[in-house]
Design a protein around this ligand. Sequence first.
Ligand code: FE
Length: 229
Amino acid sequence: MDPKALHTISYGLYVVSAKTGARLNGQVANTVFQISSAPPTVAVSINKQNLTHEFIQSSRNFAVSVLAKDAPLALIGRFGFKSGREVDKFAGLNYKLTRAGLPYLAEHTLAYLEAEVNQTVDAGTHSIFIGTLKDAAVLRQGDPMTYAYYHQVKRGTTPKTAPTFAAAEAEAGTSVTAPRYRCTICNFIYDPAQGDPEHDIAPGTPFEDLPDEWTCPICGAGKEAFEKI
Ligand code: FE
């Protein structure tokens, strides 16, 4: 059996959110899908250890923000690599509320959904929450973020064979041997050939030349969290 076969499955990228009382929380998930259309029914798969799981279980509803392809790494990192037990992930963000008062992102989002849970399936480490659509709107036109795009381009793991890699390297005039560094927290790869556009770091900047205060564009970890690969 080759588990790499699983890597050929395509997904989108979403922020799944919920609330308990006045507390709001959300997390990144790639497993949001429409189950049926009459009535419109959607499902999400959420890790049982996550705060969002706890919130959905108690409130019996959830919202989904469909991320746009231009969603910044920091936004994805905020919802993907930080726990709602430690930070209020929606604080300071431009968000709005669904019909039932669940938060959804008003920026970098193509559409939102709100569903009322009518079935929970125990899937071991995860629960699959199945819910009927209660509220939804398209916020703007555009391309959705896909899981593959996030991993290959946004996360810095662009394959060496990709056209974008050769172009960035030619532009930067860097050597193919310039070392790349991996964030040990979130696995973001700093590639000198690409620099870090989100922090205005020009292509061709070696890791060693990054300012001391530079942080991982995804999870916010400092340079010390990086290892050479
Ligand atoms: Fe990181």
